[in-house]
Design a protein around this ligand. Sequence first.
Ligand code: UDP
Ligand code: GLC
Ligand code: MN
Length: 335
Amino acid sequence: MSKFAWVTLTTNDTYSLGALVLAHSLKRAGTAHQLAVLVTPTVSEAMRDRLKDVYNVVQEVNVLDSQDAANLALLSRPELGVTFTKLHCWRLVQFEKCVFLDADTLVLKNCDELFEREELSAAPDVSWPDCFNSGVFVFTPSVETFNKITEYAVQHGSFDGGDQGLLNQYFADWSTADIKKHLPFVYNVTAYASYCYLPAFKQFRDKIKILHFAGKLKPWLLQFNSETKTVSTPTDYAHAQDLIQHWWNIFCDSVHDSLSDQMAGLAGALSQLRIGAQRTPEQEQYENLMRRQCWESGQIDYSGADSFDNIWKKITQTLEAKPETSSEADQTGSS
Ligand code: UDP
Ligand code: GLC
Ligand code: MN
């Protein structure tokens, strides 16, 4: 068994959709190494069971949240305080070396050579290339390092309120000390147009090894036609349409059948889809609602007011109330 592992994180059933597609993309790329996923207690049992089908290790961890509303507002991503939870990856000491991948990444080619790199290797962030992007990084598990980073976080916080600011502060000499720790950009290509150098994207697209859907708009939030199995891409993603379609192809081929209505959020909604068959209007309405909720808020109260059961109840009540036409109403109105 390999001593190396790919590691990701998910704190809810919706991000877990990304984690499932990511795992299948790693397997398709023929990795020789193990797969590990950190899950928080807010990931449903049903989802953990499915994660166990593809991940060698499904490790429960507690949520670490920066609670730094001011810096997160500067990043325009209030929901990313929980990315401090990523730090638990350093506690996976059963492995000699690991590569962390965000759940919104997609592996397009075998990247096993990354395990030859040392901690902390990462690719430059497109918006500030003297910082590394923390969606893909090579690290060496160590409880001592975990303790040092968390102590550092308590003392200094993070300049972006998320793990990326913190890790760039902690591994502060990344941009100058050792060029071998600069991963080529093809290991972490940001797909969103406003972060993207489009002519280069076109020129080098066949060289991309890992695509990263950084930004609010994740592949699972895009409109997907289950009848034709095609995804509609907004203009900001038009140049990457085929790659987003690739995410959805993996979803249809390898993930969809494993979803169940015991799952929360969009995962529960998507489990109701019949791929290749026409959707009912109720299903469309339900999915749209779930997408909007996921989009509007990274923090969904899955177990309370926004649970699958409550929303489904509300939709069926609304639909049952609607068909009443005015003539029917006239006939029944007096009773
Ligand atoms: N994440 C999560 N739940 C959340 C937000 C983030 O599990 O509510 C994890 C997930 O692995 C995600 C990573 O933290 O890929 C970083 O967040 P995201 O990818 O949304 O940040 P971006 O790359 O868009 O800046
Ligand atoms: C970044 C990274 C992501 C990180 C977030 C918060 O844009 O892509 O991995 O979690 O910022 O720091
Ligand atoms: Mn990301």
